[in-house]
Design a protein around this ligand. Structure first.
Ligand code: ZN
Length: 396
C-alpha cells in the first residue's frame, strides 16, 4: 500500500522543516537501492523518472516495476515524472501510474511557461495528481559534468514567482538560486536572501534541483527556508560508476554482473546519507499517518446488447477502448464477454483510474459523455454502472 499522495507527503515536510529526496532512477539497481535505503532508515521517498533519461530505458517498462516496488514498500512512497516536457508526456505518465508531475518549461518565455504549466496543472489536478513547476533556469544536465553544459543560469525572481504561482496553480515551485544540475568543480554559492524572499512571497513549498555536491550546512539552510523536496541524481550516478570502475580494475575480465556487483550498495549508502542529512530519516510512521493512501478506483459496467442494435459488439468495444483510454487518469480499459451461457449480463467493461478525482472528471469528460450518449446507450440494454475503490486490507 504505501503509495501515498505526494502532496500530503511534502506538506508534512513543509510543516516540520525537512526535505524528502526525489531520486532519479535509470535502472532496476537504482530502484532497489533507493527503496532499500528508505526502508532501512525509515524515511518517506520519491521515486523519480526523468524524461531526459528516457533514451536510456523504456519508460513504459520501467514504470510498472517502480509501481510494484512502491506498493510493497514499508515506507511512504510517491512516484513522479521529473522534467516532463509537455502536456502529452504528463498525461502518459499519470496514466502509467505517476502521482506527481514536474513540468519543466523553465527554458521558455515567462508567458509560455505560465500557459504550458497551467494546462498541465488543470489536467493533473483533475486526476488528483500534484504538480511542480519551475521558474528561473537551473543550467546543466543531470549526471554529467556541469562544464559540458554551461548554459546561462537564470535566478528565480520573487516578483515573477508570485504571479507564476497564482496564474498556474502549481502545488510546488522549483527555484533557481545557484545550484547546477550535474557535477561541478568547487562548491555552489547559494543565494539564501533570494530563497528567503521567495519562500515568503509564494507561500507554497519549494523544490531544489541540482542537489548533488552541496554540503550539510547548505542543505540545512534550504530546509529552513521552505525547501521540501530535493531532486538528486548525479551523485548516485557517480558512486555507481565508481563502484563499477573499481571492480573492473580488480577483475578486468569480469562479467557484467561481476562489474555491477557493488552498485546497489554504493547507491543505497549515498541515499541513506542524504535522507539522514535532510531530516526525513526516522519519520516514515508519522508521514504515513498524515498521507492519503493512493488507491486505485474502478468504474464497472455490465450490460446486454440491444436486440435491435445495428452496431456490432466488437466495433463498439474497440471504439470505446480507444476513446476512453486517452482520457487523463484512465489507466486501463478492460472489455470482456461472459464465460457462462445464459448469464444475466453478456458484456462487461472495467475502467481503471489512478485516483478517485480522475473518476469524477471522467464522468464529466466530453469524450466519455458523447460516447455514452451517441454510441453506447442506443446499442445496449440492461445497463448497470458502479464505481469501486480499492479496499485496504489491514492484516495486522
Ligand atoms: Zn533536475
Amino acid at each position: 500500500m504505501p503509495l501515498v499522495n505526494m502532496r500530503d507527503m511534502l506538506y508534512h515536510a513543509y510543516d516540520n522543516n525537512y526535505a524528502v529526496g526525489a531520486f532519479d532512477l535509470v535502472s532496476l539497481d537504482f530502484l532497489e537501492a533507493v527503496i532499500g535505503a528508505a526502508e532501512s532508515c525509515r524515511s518517506a521517498v520519491i521515486l523519480s523518472i526523468a524524461e531526459p533519461h528516457f533514451a536510456h530505458y523504456d519508460f513504459e517498462l520501467m514504470l510498472p516495476a517502480v509501481e510494484a516496488a512502491a506498493k510493497r514498500a514499508s515506507v511512504p512512497v510517491a512516484i513522479q515524472l521529473d522534467h516532463g516536457s509537455s502536456l502529452e508526456s504528463a498525461i502518459k505518465a499519470i496514466n502509467l501510474g505517476c502521482n506527481g508531475v514536474m513540468l519543466d518549461a523553465s527554458n521558455q518565455s515567462f508567458s509560455d511557461n505560465i500557459e504550458h504549466t497551467r494546462a498541465v496543472v488543470e489536467m493533473a489536478h483533475q486526476c488528483g495528481v500534484s504538480v511542480v513547476g519551475e521558474l528561473g533556469y537551473v543550467a546543466g544536465k543531470e549526471g554529467e559534468g556541469a562544464e559540458q553544459h554551461p548554459g546561462e543560469t537564470t535566478f528565480t525572481l520573487p516578483s515573477e514567482a508570485k504571479a507564476y504561482v497564482q496564474r498556474t496553480g502549481v502545488d510546488f515551485l522549483a527555484v533557481s538560486i545557484g545550484t547546477v544540475q550535474g557535477r561541478m568543480n568547487g562548491r555552489a554559492k547559494l543565494d539564501y536572501a533570494r530563497l528567503k524572499q521567495l519562500n515568503q512571497t509564494v507561500n507554497i513549498p519549494l523544490v531544489i534541483h541540482g542537489g548533488s555536491g552541496l554540503n550539510e550546512e547548505q542543505f540545512h539552510k534550504l530546509t529552513l527556508n521552505g525547501v521540501v523536496k530535493i531532486d538528486y541524481y548525479t551523485a548516485l550516478s557517480d558512486v555507481a560508476a565508481k563502484a563499477m570502475r573499481k571492480r573492473s580494475k580488480e577483475n578486468p575480465g569480469g562479467s557484467f554482473t561481476d562489474l555491477k556487483k557493488d552498485v546497489k550498495e554504493a547507491i543505497g549508502n549515498e541515499v541513506q546519507r542524504c535522507l539522514r542529512q535532510w531530516g526525513s530519516a526516522g519519520r516514515a510512521a508519522e508521514v504515513l499517518e498524515r498521507c492519503e493512501p493512493w488507491l486505485v478506483v474502478e468504474h464497472l459496467i455490465v450490460h446486454n446488447m440491444d436486440a435491435q442494435s445495428t452496431q456490432s459488439i466488437d466495433s463498439l468495444m474497440l471504439e470505446g477502448k480507444q476513446i476512453l483510454s486517452e482520457i487523463p487518469g484512465v489507466r486501463e480499459v478492460f472489455t470482456g464477454e461472459v464465460m457462462k451461457e445464459n448469464s444475466k449480463y453478456s458484456c462487461c467493461w472495467s475502467v481503471r483510474f489512478t485516483h478517485k478525482a480522475a473518476l469524477e472528471s471522467f464522468h464529466r469528460h466530453q469524450h466519455f459523455d458523447s460516447f455514452l450518449q451517441k454510441k453506447f446507450k442506443p446499442n445496449v440494454s440492461d445497463l448497470i454502472r458502479i464505481d469501486y475503490q480499492e479496499r485496504l486490507v489491514n492484516l495486522a
